[in-house]
Write a protein that binds this ligand. Structure first.
Ligand SMILES: *Cc1c(COP(=O)(O)O)cnc(C)c1O
Length: 361
């Protein structure tokens, strides 16, 4: 029996449209032929526009963690250190990943729901020489968005320090001007705000970071940034990529630019505002610190002590939708509603209607 279609309002993967699936099932082509090179070359300028960069934008057939691990492996020299900005499940884990790669990793840790502030980062960078800083722009586990521009300005005072930014759940939903901010690596998986199926990641790398990679031995092969660059120059990827994803990405980028990036960013903000005011009016509280709320998902403190799993079950049965009951240690305490990708203020209003209808049982 076919399983029913349950609409996803969890923060990734999110709902994938019929048009994206149609593009995904384009007849297959070889990855070393002219057809693929044309496909790759066609999407490159669009990706650069989306990231506001002149840097090459690479395609990795992996989830985002592949590139997150690769970035620290490629950019931290032996005997040098990486500073991990930690404020939730994903950013905390990036430190574990650095340690498991044998790197000397230091912590800049704040409580979940708090943002990383520029003065905290400056205090760390002033006293320690770091080869790289890892920063998550939009900490999906807590719904907190870090002040990226101010943090990047701090790192740019330290010319030896490479800034690696995970924008997994914000890229394409929020304007991030890679070159103007001076970011060295900007990465995302496509199953969040791009609203594509999981399995492909997009990442851009600055000339400074590519130069650094040359000084780092043992970068491996699959995720070697210099292999990506070498192949990029021929409009190719180092190994066979998920070509279906790249067809779907091309179609998706056409949709982004048909809508217009500014309109796309405004739509995401409008959806966020709708969910926030709905939540506050129902007696919930935003979990992140005031002023640092994510634009692509809302993490709401369960101030009413609702039985969240039972609520999700009712929503699923009666409205064929689900949201998220809280990440890791926040389960029960906070729940998350994603409002990104192809969602619109209208679809979000429908969801909120369903949430109201199922809240009390
Ligand atoms: C989802 C997410 C990740 C992990 O992505 P995978 O695709 O599972 O590797 C990392 N960082 C952030 C901020 C995320 O939202």
């Amino acid at each position: 029996m076919a399983s029913p279609h349950i609409r996803l309002y969890i923060p990734g993967p999110v709902e994938v449209s019929e048009s994206a699936w149609r593009a995904f099932r384009t007849p297959m082509i070889g990855h070393r032929g002219a057809g693929f090179q044309e496909l790759y070359a066609a999407i490159q300028p669009r990706l650069q526009q989306l990231l506001y960069t002149k840097n090459p934008v690479f395609l990795s057939t992996s989830s985002a963690w592949g590139v997150m691990e690769a970035a620290i492996r490629n950019l931290v020299r032996p005997g040098k250190r990486v500073l991990c900005c930690m404020s939730g499940a994903f950013s905390d884990k990036w430190h574990d990943v650095a340690v498991s790669n044998g790197l000397q990793a230091e912590k800049l840790q704040v409580e979940w729901g708090r943002a990383i502030l520029p003065e905290m980062l400056d205090a760390k960078l002033k006293v320690g020489a770091y080869d790289a800083v890892t920063l998550i722009h939009n900490e999906t586990s807590t719904g907190t968005m870090n002040p990226l521009a101010d943090l990047a300005a701090v790192v740019r005072k330290y010319p030896e320090t490479i800034l690696i930014v995970d924008a997994v759940s914000s890229m394409s939903g929020v304007k991030i001007e890679m070159d103007a901010l001076g970011l060295d690596v900007l990465l995302a998986g496509v199953q969040k705000a791009f609203a594509l199926p999981p399995g492909l990641s997009v990442f851009a790398v600055s000339p400074r970071a590519l130069a650094r990679a040359k000084a780092v031995p043992n970068r491996g092969y699959y995720f070697d940034f210099l292999e990506f660059l070498k192949n990029h120059e021929k409009n190719m990827t180092p190994s066979t990529p998920s070509i279906a994803h790249i067809f779907a990405l091309r179609a998706k980028l056409e949709e982004f630019f048909a809508e217009g990036l500014d309109r796309r960013f405004a739509r995401h903000l409008e959806m966020a505002k709708k969910v926030r005011s709905w939540a506050v009016a129902r007696g919930f509280r935003l979990f992140p610190q005031v002023g640092c709320e994510s634009v692509t998902l809302s993490c709401l403190a369960n101030a009413r002590q609702v039985d969240v799993p039972a609520w999700i079950k009712r929503l699923k049965e009666r409205h064929s939708c689900i949201f998220d009951g809280g990440y890791g240690k926040l389960k029960g305490q906070a729940f998350r509603i994603a409002h990104m990708g192809d969602e619109t203020p209208e679809t979000i209003e429908r969801l909120l209607g369903g949430l109201d209808e199922t809240l009390e049982g």
